[in-house]
Design a protein around this ligand. Structure first.
Ligand SMILES: Cc1ncc(COP(=O)(O)O)c(C=O)c1O
Length: 425
């Protein structure tokens, strides 16, 4: 009798063992994609523009788990495998955006995957409170604004309390954690203040109460930081930023233990549907191959510009993890391979800041980050427009703060542009 044809997933599972043995640069290019089953020998992974997958028999269909692209798609799955390999995680799911990834990761920690339960049992389990204890999660004072909004405006309507603390001070984190804390959600470096948070220490604190440590690794990418190795339980990436790196699409991913990622895939993701299109997965697969090269150049460019800004008399404050003056410099050295491309800096007055941003010529004014093209954001004017004045105050971002995503242009050109603008204010 002829041997049963292996499924796509079975082949990928075998390949994964081989990909794990490769070095990071090789993984960037090969993991998830090479060897790749059934590609007509093409060097690049094809875009599988298909909603359904058809089989010649029911038994063949039952053995395969490509059925419908809301659950899995072969192009997206190549990216899933690559990201899991790069992060040294068991598994990964790629989704439509970084925000979708944050929401799915937090939902999976706060809620339970329940199936085949009668509505009256669901009501008993979830709507009739057995105790007054409200589950809570903890975020940092200065948090990416839409994650702050998600966890402080939307989740509380579903019976969740969001606690906010300065995570740079671990004693404050210890004080605020209690037996109802389900997760610590942290970014490091943070957006927009470029604070550094000790991932390992936070993971240890939350594990004492059996909660989870969710790390948003967007500002570092797996080329510079591997939170799972530091004790994090789930990693979230906005693929929109450094991982894709070319500024031409959005995407997000969650990386973590196999069971948890499978639950996210089959429960929260399948029902809520924030699917990454195979076209965007293909762009990200193309962009990610140069991640290590790009991160090295983002980091060296940013270091040069941070040093220039630090010495400039018209700049009052610079936050770059690579500078010795950064309060989190030692933490950055401990948990990052390099310091990435994000700089925070402040000028003296609002008047000077308004003038400065108008005077830049080469450096583009725009939201988002992690692109080949340098982008600068006047933080208080360009982000958090939905926030109340008291919320902005609590976040402690000065109204002369700029968040600078240093691109891959020649650093001398970027320095000259900053210099001419600063000279004129
Ligand atoms: C740290 C961080 N996490 C998550 C996100 C959300 O990512 P996306 O824009 O892909 O939804 C962003 C976006 O700027 C971010 O900076």
């Amino acid at each position: 009798m002829s041997e049963k044809k292996k499924t796509f997933q079975e082949i990928n599972k075998e390949n994964r063992i081989e990909w794990d043995k490769l070095k990071f640069d090789t993984q960037l290019i090969r993991a998830g994609e090479d060897p790749y089953p059934e590609t007509s020998h093409s060097i690049r992974t094809p875009i599988y523009a298909s909603k359904s997958y058809t089989y010649s028999s029911l038994s063949e269909l039952m053995r395969n788990h490509y059925h419908y692209s809301r659950t899995e798609n072969p192009t997206v799955y190549a990216l899933d495998n690559k990201l899991a390999t790069l992060h040294k995680g068991e598994s990964s799911i790629s989704v439509a955006s970084g925000m979708a990834a944050v929401h799915l990761a937090c939902s999976s920690v706060l809620q339970q995957r329940v199936e085949r339960i009668r509505p009256n049992k669901i009501k008993k389990l979830f709507l009739e409170p057995k105790s007054k204890e409200i589950p809570n999660g903890i975020i940092h004072t200065n948090q990416y604004v839409d994650i702050y909004r998600l966890l402080t405006k939307l989740y509380p309507q579903m019976g969740f309390e969001c606690k906010i603390v300065n995570m740079c001070d671990l004693s404050e984190v210890k004080k605020i954690v209690d037996e109802n804390t389900r997760f610590i959600f942290l970014e490091s470096p943070t957006n927009p203040s470029i604070d550094l948070i000790d991932i390992e220490a936070c993971a240890n604190i939350i594990h004492e109460v059996n909660g989870k440590c969710i790390v948003d690794n967007t500002f570092a990418s797996p080329a510079l930081q591997c939170p799972l190795e530091l004790g994090a339980d789930l990693v979230v990436e906005s693929l929109t930023k450094y991982i894709n790196g070319h500024g031409d699409c959005l995407g997000g991913a969650i990386i973590g233990p196999k069971n948890e990622i499978q639950n996210i895939r089959l429960f929260w993701h399948e029902m809520q549907g924030p699917v990454l299109s195979p076209f965007n997965a293909w762009l990200i697969l193309r962009g990610i191959k140069t991640l290590n090269l790009r991160m090295a150049r983002h980091s060296s460019n940013a270091m040069k510009l941070a040093q220039f800004l630090e010495k400039h008399p018209k700049v009052v404050k610079v936050a770059y993890p690579g500078l010795k003056s950064h309060p989190g410099h030692e933490i950055a050295k401990k948990q990052m391979k390099d310091f990435s491309g994000m700089i925070g800096f402040e000028l003296e007055t609002v008047e000077a800041s308004n003038k400065f941003i108008e005077l830049l010529k080469l450096i583009k004014v725009g939201v988002s980050l992690g692109d080949l093209t340098s982008l600068i954001e006047y933080t208080s004017i360009m982000t958090g427009l939905e926030l109340a004045p008291w919320e902005r105050k609590a976040m402690k971002t000065s109204n002369t703060h700029f968040r600078f995503s240093v691109g891959l242009e020649d650093p001398d050109d970027l320095r000259d542009d900053l210099d001419q603008a600063l000279e004129q204010i």
